[in-house]
Design a binder for this molecule. Structure first.
Ligand SMILES: [Zn+2]
Length: 383
């Protein structure tokens, strides 16, 4: 538990202004790997933002490659007055480890390391385990994208992503499509609107149309049992200036956060939004800011089946299947890396990113046991 506490004590937010990044957390992971005689390779996904990757050979003959994935970054602690504990204190109290990143996901990351070490100490096993601590999951996922671009998924047969999912096995994840719509009309004096073309009125019509698009998509793609509905949510509006209430602005922008389920094609949705943004006398430009498709790995996939069998064996309970409400590095690994991924890890689903984040210590230990058993089963085909 000391290792997990030490990880939580490192404020590994991506915050260059405060001199913070993932490097110290990555170095701690690297040092632990070396202490165990592993030979980690450090890749700079960006300056100061390393990916640490160690391949642990089982020495038990040919077999597949399992990837364990965790991320070293955490989101900001935010307003300190909303915390009753030190967000970077790594304190254990009432059977819980408290602090930013305790659940999301330094405990999960630590569990993947200790699970791999336990399996290694238990004797030879077939195949190998690739233990990965990546940067920037909470941002643009540059760590996972860099990992894929380096070709490091090529030999991987399945990945377990250690995000906090409250013990649920999540082989599906929602997709995220973020769009920016810029509507350009013609600037004019508020007293003479007949000389301008007001993009703000077009924004009003677009917002109504987006609500209809959501209803249409929800009708066409019925709610997913683990992921729920498709949502089309306008989140940011930008137009005009408070100091210039007598000016019709030339440009108005709408930012839209679309959350999708398997079957809903992002390209089609972006095309629909482009069509809806076409107004007489206004030119529209739609930019895709983020495009992370939904993940839909079948529960029969070996990596999911091995994890479910391990959960059953270790906990004595039937596995509960769930879905990831956002996207994770698993989205990148599956969509761009072409490998099946499943998300499972210690900590509550909803505690991530909140004040007074915590994880039950017993849950970390239990999860590490499930990881070790899942790896054994996946690599030896026992599931
Ligand atoms: Zn996370």
């Amino acid at each position: 538990m000391e290792f997990t506490q030490a990880l939580v004590r490192i404020p590994s937010t991506n915050d260059p202004a405060r001199g913070r990044n993932e490097r110290p957390a990555a170095e701690l992971v690297e040092a632990k790997m070396r202490e165990w005689g592993w030979d980690p390779v450090v890749y700079e996904a960006a300056p100061g933002r390393p990916n640490v990757v160690a391949v642990v050979e089982g020495g038990g003959g040919d077999g597949p490659t399992l990837m364990f994935e965790g991320h070293t970054d955490v989101v900001t602690e935010g307003d300190l007055s909303t915390w009753t504990v030190d967000p970077f204190g790594g304190e254990i109290r009432d059977g819980r480890l408290w602090g930013r990143g305790s659940a999301d996901m330094k405990s999960g990351l630590a569990a993947t390391l200790y699970a791999t070490r336990a399996l290694q100490l238990a004797g030879p096993f077939p195949g190998r385990i690739k233990v990965c601590a990546l940067a920037d999951e909470e941002g643009l996922m540059i760590g996972a994208h860099h990992f894929v671009a380096e070709g490091l998924t090529a030999d991987v047969d399945g990945a377990i992503v250690a995000e906090p999912e409250a013990g649920e096995i999540c082989a599906v994840a929602k997709g995220a499509l973020r769009l920016r719509v810029d509507l350009t009309g013609k600037m004019a004096h508020g007293a003479m609107p007949q000389h301008g073309r007001n993009p703000i009125q077009a924004v009003g019509a677009l917002l109504v149309a987006l609500a209809s698009l959501q209803a249409e998509l929800q009708e066409r793609h019925p709610a997913h049992e683990h992921l729920g509905e498709v949502y089309v949510t306008p989140t940011v509006l930008r137009a005009g200036s408070e100091e210039q209430v007598n000016v019709i602005p030339a440009v108005a922008s709408v930012f839209v956060d679309v959350r999708t389920i398997p079957g809903a094609e992002h390209k089609d949705i972006a095309d629909r939004v482009t069509a809806l943004a076409a107004f007489e006398g206004i030119s529209a430009e739609v930019s895709v800011l983020v495009d992370r498709p939904p993940v839909d790995v079948p529960v029969s996939d070996p990596v999911v089946a091995a994890l479910a069998a391990a959960h059953r064996a270790v906990t004595g309970e039937e596995p509960v299947y769930g879905g990831v409400p956002g996207s994770t590095d698993g989205t990148v690994l599956t969509h761009w890396g072409g490998i099946p991924s499943v998300v499972y890890g210690p900590g509550g689903k909803w505690i991530a990113h909140q004040s007074d984040e915590f994880v039950e210590v017993a849950e970390i230990v239990r999860c590490a046991r499930v990881f070790a058993e899942a790896a054994r089963r996946f690599l030896s085909g026992d599931f």
